[in-house]
Write a protein of this length. Structure first.
Lengths: 422, 422
């Protein structure tokens, strides 16, 4: 049985080495990991095949089995991703300008790694490598708690990472996989607050809630949220505009329905209702089920389009599926009030009125506020972070996609020449 | 009985108003609060006298009664502090430069208030006003859970704040005091995660632990930590140097022994032991009890100085009193190892060797690392923040003294002209 405290203490020790590493050594470690993944691809794919066979034998649904499956192509892509992380700018060591205080001390803040991360996730084995690379590149040690169903894959991946760290004279304890990832081990990890600096869960709402309820280590909650798109009358003046609105709405809902930044609720200005059938027709063609309020439902049915009446629970709800709700509003004010009650993740306005856009950006308090584009851009890669470890939906520490910088903290550096406090 | 959920929802609503206020209106609100405090000073001091009388009747220790006592002078100082906060730079609205992504979207991050804060503290009524001012100036609503023994004072202070908010056409719900602050109310506040964005406890280790154990709202832990000072041989070459070391050590331990940034453990280079008697003599004269390891104890006793043998528990311990431990080390490496096991709050090196200073700053992972000055500088005012709401000892979100900026978060702003994700 894994001794979590022992793992935690070994991670702390490794973190002390990692935090002072120059960028080049961290990048070299990631390069070595990519090389080991390539060299050991047969062993890794064999281990993965065992997980897949066990999952199939246990009767796991096909889409879950798919998530844990690796092949030569996906493993090669994982190795390339590690090299991409190695090329990102290193936030560690950044320092603010020294400010001389009235006492004469010189004060600055220096960016340093968080220390030890605990990452809790489910089946996908690519997360194991992805998170290990991001943790190492930002100078952190990491304890990984993957799913039970991927233990063979994760063990093989951990072996590859450890071999790579060894070639670089770096401590293997920098990346540790919990090999018996049951619920009791997860609880121990969540309460290891003298060793672990942050818990990052990656998974569904249930996992995040479990972490929040049980952790004494600070948790960064993410991945859950309702996405609104407000379509203003000003946006749909001609057929080309309507087509653009339809394209954005389609992309928002259909490109990846299981993503946290996929559209949930379309808010439509009453005066824009005549455009609604053309805006949602591509959604229906893509198989999206629409749940509409009375007014919009009437317009859709009059146009011969298929929709059902929305229930109250269809608003403020994250569907994660090919379902969307529609609500008619009197204008921007009502849309803002609606979003204030239910938003917080990604909220979009489509408008041709710059003052409306400014008001929307000012008033909506979401991780990402988007004007005239798809909510799907709320993503680390799309926003320019290079890579993301998770998407935070809380406000403390990090909000929205988290890249390398969000895996760091700061320390105050005070330089004196004998000062005492008066 | 207070309905915490109702308070939370009203706070959320108020927060929506506050987050868009221009700096001048927030500053005007603080000005109005200062004016109300002055105008109502008789009523406030009367209410406070009731609290003091009840505390004395209940047999509270004198130092605790002192903490809750206000007088005309201290109340005037509180009003002046509010005006000082009003003059601080407003972090809200700061925006990073727009970056155009390959997709054509323009991306930036804008600084916004956290939203609703929950602050839990004990007897001192000045905290009520202090925290309310910092919360308002950073655009946040706040729910204040002060001590039971200060309810009359806090109610009078809340009345003054509400009157001031009313004169400024601002929602009174921006600042709400829990008027029946028992443990059940505190538990409710800690679990109000759909209304409260952050819990900031201000108090002893027990309060912080209670919050961490019970909260589902993210908690910023602070106020607790062990402070080390490593005295290197290079620092004590002549009598003037020894006197400087003695002055720093005295300031570190004696200026405010109850503070979290007061010295706990003096680490001394073996070769510097001959200077030890002169370094600690002022401590002994100030009534400090010394607990020394065998080697340093021998030196102290040979010099006719009073000290006792340290027990293992005297290291890695926060004394919060006129007690300090002493430990002899072989040099910087041993000091760094010792601090790596026990530090994390404020750690100091006294050295004349710039390479040692650089290594210490690099290797020690504390909220504040100090070279050749007193650890007492780890304080919001001394570091240039203008004011502090608390001192964080965790790594997420804020580390060390927290000013207005640490009461904010960011949101992503994405401006497009019709982009969809490819």
């Amino acid at each position: 049985m894994t001794d979590l405290r022992d793992m935690g203490q070994r991670a702390r020790k490794a973190a002390r080495t990692l935090r002072s590493l120059p960028t080049a050594r961290k990048a070299a470690a990631l390069g070595a990991i990519a090389a080991e993944l390539r060299q050991r691809s047969t062993a890794i794919l064999d281990a993965n095949a065992q997980d897949v066979a066990a999952a199939e034998a246990a009767g796991l649904p096909a889409h879950m089995v798919d998530r844990l499956r690796l092949n030569a192509t996906s493993l090669a892509a994982i190795a390339r991703d590690v090299e991409a992380v190695a090329a990102l700018p290193d936030p560690v060591g950044e320092q603010t300008a020294q400010q001389v205080q009235p006492s004469g001390i010189r004060v600055s803040q220096r960016r340093v790694p968080l220390g030890v991360l605990g990452v809790i996730y489910e089946s996908r084995p690519n997360v194991t490598v992805d998170v290990a690379a991001l943790a190492l590149m930002s100078g952190n040690a990491v304890i990984l708690r993957g799913g039970k169903e991927t233990v063979q894959s994760n063990t093989a991946l951990e072996d590859a990472i450890h071999a790579a760290l060894q070639t670089q004279q770096l401590p293997a304890d920098a990346v540790q996989v919990i090999r018996d990832p049951d619920r009791a081990r997860m609880l121990e990890l969540l309460r290891l607050d003298d060793c672990v600096d942050a818990i990052i869960p990656r998974g569904g709402a249930g996992l995040h809630r479990f972490c929040v309820e049980n952790a004494t280590v600070p948790v960064i909650v993410g991945g859950i949220g309702v996405v609104h798109l407000y379509l203003d009358e000003s946006f749909v003046q001609g057929p080309q505009d309507v087509a653009q609105a339809a394209a954005i709405v389609l992309n928002a809902k259909v490109q990846k329905p299981s993503a946290c930044n996929a559209l949930d609720t379309l808010l439509i200005h009453r005066a824009a209702l005549p455009a609604l059938p053309d805006v949602v027709r591509p959604l229906l063609e893509a198989g999206v089920e629409l749940r509409a309020d009375a007014e919009s439902l009437e317009v859709l049915r009059a146009a011969g389009l298929n929709a059902q009446a929305a229930a109250p629970g269809d608003y403020g709800n994250e569907f994660l599926a090919l379902v969307a709700s529609i609500r008619t509003v009197n204008g921007l004010d009502e849309a803002l009030d609606f979003i204030a009650e239910r938003g917080g993740h990604t909220d979009v306005i489509l408008t041709r009125n710059p003052e409306q856009a400014t008001r929307f950006v000012q008033d909506v308090d979401s991780a990402a506020v988007v004007v005239n584009a798809s909510p799907r851009f709320n993503d680390g890669g799309q926003l320019g972070l290079g890579a993301e470890v998770a998407i935070s939906t809380q406000k403390l520490h990090a909000r929205g996609p988290m890249g390398l910088r969000e895996l760091t903290t700061t320390k105050w550096v005070v330089l004196g020449d004998g000062q005492v406090r008066g």
